[in-house]
Design a protein around this ligand. Structure first.
Ligand SMILES: C[S@@+](CC[C@H](N)C(=O)[O-])C[C@H]1O[C@@H](n2cnc3c(N)ncnc32)[C@H](O)[C@@H]1O
Ligand code: SF4
Ligand code: SF4
Length: 370
């Protein structure tokens, strides 16, 4: 068996409060223990041919033992990449360069860039963020570190797909990638919503962009497909995802997102079971999802939204999803989760990160969908 990479959701901490983010900024942040990561890397090395780790979060660079994690990746003979908002990049570059093996094993820095213009990106992610990503890209180029830009498309930035592709090419990114927005299950979704026809139009434009640009253009998962049994990378076991609580789950789009309790995408707690046992259970969850889909198809044709694999997957597991002309899910009428899922919130500051509690007041957004 070959697993392309193990994705670790290493922390819930973040300095930002992006409009589209699936995390709940009011929850007391958790960090994935380094010891658990070491256990998983050891097991992955012996079971699979896997040798690649992806670090995500929250903002992965805010893990209190971030440098220890890099050393563990080196010690276990893995390569690595990370997804980052770019906020701490000058510090991160120093941490990477401090040990030559850390840099040698870094395959890419994935910067999130949600607009080709400062105004659009900063509206979604917060003032100053666009310039920080651009600085990060410049530093990567200066230090010979490959980087890519990834955009989550939504109603506010859908007009900037081509411009973002050209920007990525101009600043020296090795790749640009466009993802489909999953709803947060809050009133924020109203301002970010795109109809199925708009998604299909965006998909066509991305494909045309791919034919024009000299760098690869990616569309990871989620976009429309005729094939009802589309098999995504996690379903193929090409990616294994470990959430911030140390549990093997389906993927980072599910991690920490509350469902209605009818089904779980969590295979097991890796503190208590081996990776191979959790993986075996995960395959059972995936198999059941496919069997149940066949049952739904037998009852009638799939709706248009059900042809968007991630959306259909989120719906199946009782999580926020697009349906009809807007978002549906367990908390679709909530302004923001804002601690609704855990009553105890600790406030504090780690490094330059505000932890627990939001840096901004909750936004008041009108509900515009019917
Ligand atoms: C959760 S973030 C973690 C890494 C880092 N904090 C960042 O923003 O790059 C990983 C990626 O998920 C994307 N993301 C956040 N909310 C999303 C949503 N609702 N649907 C799809 N992708 C989302 C982010 O834009 C980012 O590119
Ligand atoms: S920077 Fe990443 S983790 Fe932080 S709020 Fe934005 S999308 Fe979420
Ligand atoms: S949401 Fe479901 S379909 Fe989409 S990548 Fe994750 S596991 Fe696959």
């Amino acid at each position: 068996m070959s697993v392309a990479w193990i994705a670790f959701h290493i922390t819930d901490r973040c300095q930002l409060d992006c409009q589209h983010c699936l995390r709940d900024p009011e929850l007391a942040p958790k960090d994935l223990p380094l010891s658990l990561m070491q256990k998983v890397m050891s097991e992955a090395k012996s079971i699979y041919r896997s040798a690649q780790v992806a670090l995500t979060g929250g903002e992965p660079t805010l893990h209190p033992e971030f440098e220890g994690i890099l050393d563990a990746i080196v010690a276990h003979d893995f390569t690595w990449h990370l997804v980052t908002n770019g906020k701490r990049f000058p510090r991160l570059i120093e941490q990477i360069r401090a040990v030559p093996e850390r840099k040698a094993r870094l395959t890419a820095v994935n910067f999130s860039l949600d607009g080709a213009t400062e105004a659009t990106h900063d509206e979604i992610r917060g003032k100053g963020s666009f310039r920080e990503v651009m600085l990060g890209a410049t530093l990567c180029t200066a230090h010979g570190i490959p980087f890519l830009l990834q955009m989550v498309i939504n109603a506010k930035n859908v007009g900037e797909i081509e411009a973002l592709g050209m920007l990525a090419s101009q600043v020296g990114a090795t790749r640009v990638s466009f993802s489909m927005l999953q709803p947060t299950g809050t009133l924020h979704d109203a301002a970010l919503y795109l109809a199925p026809s708009a998604w299909r139009d965006a998909q066509d434009r991305i494909e045309r962009l791919g034919a024009m640009l000299r760098i690869p253009v990616g569309m990871p998962e989620g976009f429309y497909t005729e094939q009802p049994f589309h098999v995504c990378e996690p379903f193929k076991s090409q990616q294994l995802h470990v959430d911030v609580q140390g549990r093997l789950n389906l993927c980072c789009q599910h991690a920490g997102v509350p469902g209605d309790g009818t089904r779980s995408d969590v295979a097991g707690d890796l503190h208590e079971m081996t990776l191979i046992e959790a993986h075996r259970r995960l395959l059972g969850i995936i198999h059941q999802a496919q069997v149940d889909k066949l049952g739904r198809m037998a009852k009638g044709p799939l709706t248009e939204w059900e042809h968007f694999p991630c959306n259909d997957c989120m719906k199946y597991f009782g999580k926020p999803h697009w349906e009809g002309d807007g978002a549906q899910g367990p908390e679709a009428q909530r302004e923001r989760w804002r601690g609704a899922w855990a009553p105890t919130v600790k406030q504090g500051v780690v490094g330059d990160a505000v932890v627990g509690g939001s840096a901004r007041a909750p936004r008041q957004l009108p509900l515009v969908r019917g």
